[in-house]
Write a protein that binds this ligand. Structure first.
Ligand SMILES: *[C@@H]1O[C@H](CO)[C@@H](O)[C@H](O)[C@H]1NC(C)=O
Ligand SMILES: *[C@@H]1O[C@H](CO)[C@@H](O)[C@H](O)[C@H]1NC(C)=O
Ligand SMILES: *[C@@H]1O[C@H](CO)[C@@H](O)[C@H](O)[C@H]1NC(C)=O
Ligand SMILES: [Zn+2]
Length: 417
């Protein structure tokens, strides 16, 4: 089975065949100590390890659990090194190409049809934004906040009545291209908000008093690339000076202690921060929009996958934010509420201590700008399917996440001025 592409895409991307991942593996290693962490760092020097969780080799440290993708050829020598050093590991995915094709098989449905139970490509998402505005003209409007490097539009959907002075929450999905469940959630949120207004008590109360700005796909070029060329793409698609490596990690490109982690300087790293803060058109469009709506925006929520966590500031320092107690309380109740639906367990805490220290994230940037409630969701799962979360889990993931987001919004309505 090859990737099934709509005819239009075949025409424009004929030059390059999609990257294949035949018999590539995803391994999970539980590091016991510093020595084992160093073994992994050494292996990463001489092998092409694509770190899925955490997302970069330089974050590897004692007592961490790490997931990484490796080619069939290299996996043999890596597994024997792990065995020799008596390190515990598990093979999460045996043949990545096979897993990818399972998802693309499911996609042989009516071409062009948007579905909340499936992953939708960029063309379908654009058509869907139009449909939402058309169907709910009093409730949903579409704002073009900029364009990407490859000249695709960046659309924010505004949900709520037409009053700029009300409180608002800004949400974005799809900063990282391969995290497909994230844009799926933003679409679900808009759909549910518009559909249940006037029917669901909480949603009605929220939309009577506040607005939501939803950016369903932040990294549009990267998202398209993950559909047409490389399912495992993470960064944007910009060309980097003096390097053959392509792309900046948009979630390291925000102006929050941007300069403090030297290991995000390498253009070939999956976490490359870009030549300067907000160098990327996408980052600039979002930061300009948020700055110009700062009076109303009371919360910022960003959606990633995977690992089932609800994170808040800071990433770039282990110091706790001034309203730590408040954020921890919201995160605790939010994750409790989320688990009521399917008993999905999330952990929560500041980025730095819950995963690892990171600079240039959108979360810290928004917090430092004065938005005192900023959260990042790492959606399902915890490492069975990783970025290839089956379509059968889209709706359950969206439904449980919606409960947590509604709780956060209710809290913001009540507790912010
Ligand atoms: C790792 O865990 C061990 C045992 O729980 C503990 O003694 C050690 O201090 C931990 N190391 C780090 C760097 O956290
Ligand atoms: C991606 O990031 C680079 C920074 O290295 C930026 O210059 C560019 O505008 C971005 N490209 C795309 C396609 O988003
Ligand atoms: C980033 O923040 C620093 C310090 O707050 C400021 O001096 C600088 O102008 C900012 N850069 C951009 C691109 O906004
Ligand atoms: Zn991510």
């Amino acid at each position: 089975m090859r990737f099934i592409l709509p005819v239009g895409l075949i025409a424009t991307t004929l030059a390059i065949a999609p990257v294949r991942f035949d018999r590539e593996k995803v391994l999970r290693v539980k590091l016991q100590d510093e020595k084992q962490a160093n073994i992994i760092k050494d292996l990463a020097q001489t092998n092409q390890l694509d770190f899925w969780y955490p997302d970069a080799a330089h974050h590897v440290a004692a007592n961490m659990t790490i997931d990484f993708r490796v080619s069939e050829k290299e996996s043999q020598s890596i597994q024997s090194s792990l065995d020799q050093n008596k390190m515990h590991y598990e093979i999460l995915i045996h043949d990545l190409q096979e897993e990818i094709e399972k998802q693309f098989d499911v996609k042989e449905d009516i071409p062009g049809r948007h579905s909340y139970a499936k992953y939708n490509n960029w063309d379908k998402i654009v058509a869907w934004t139009e449909k939402m505005v058309h169907k709910h003209p009093e409730m949903v409007s579409r704002i073009k906040i900029g364009t990407t490097v490859e000249d695709n539009p960046l659309y924010v959907l505004k949900i709520g009545k037409r009053d700029e002075r009300r409180k608002a929450i800004f949400m974005d999905c799809g900063i990282h291209a391969r995290e497909w469940i994230s844009p799926a959630f933003c679409q679900w949120f808009v759909y549910q908000a518009a559909k249940t207004y006037g029917k669901n008590k909480i949603m009605t109360k929220l939309l009577d008093r506040m607005n939501f700005y939803v950016l369903p796909v932040f990294n549009v070029d990267g998202y398209i690339w993950s559909w047409t060329q490389n399912r495992m793409w993470r960064k944007n698609r910009s060309k980097n000076q003096n390097s053959n490596c392509i792309g900046t990690d948009l979630n390291r490109n925000f102006n929050a202690s941007w300069n403090s982690f030297p290991n995000t300087k390498d253009p070939c790293a999956e976490t490359y921060r870009g030549p300067e803060p907000e160098s990327e058109k996408e980052t600039k469009a979002v930061t300009d929009f948020i700055r110009s709506h700062l009076k109303s925006i009371k919360a910022y929520i960003t959606f990633h996958s995977y690992s089932q966590m609800l994170l808040f500031p800071y990433g770039y320092t282990s110091k706790l934010p001034p309203n730590y107690k408040d954020l921890a309380k919201v995160a605790k109740i939010g994750t409790d509420v989320l688990s009521t639906r399917y008993e999905t367990r999330y952990i929560y805490g500041p980025i730095a201590s819950t995963i690892y220290p990171t600079s240039g994230s959108s979360l810290d940037w928004a917090y430092n700008l004065g938005i005192k409630h900023t959260f990042a969701f790492e959606l399902r799962d915890k490492g069975k399917f990783c970025f290839l979360l089956p379509e059968s889990q889209i709706k359950p993931t969206c439904k449980e996440t919606l409960l947590a987001v509604k709780f956060i919004a209710k809290y913001i309505l009540k507790h912010t001025s």
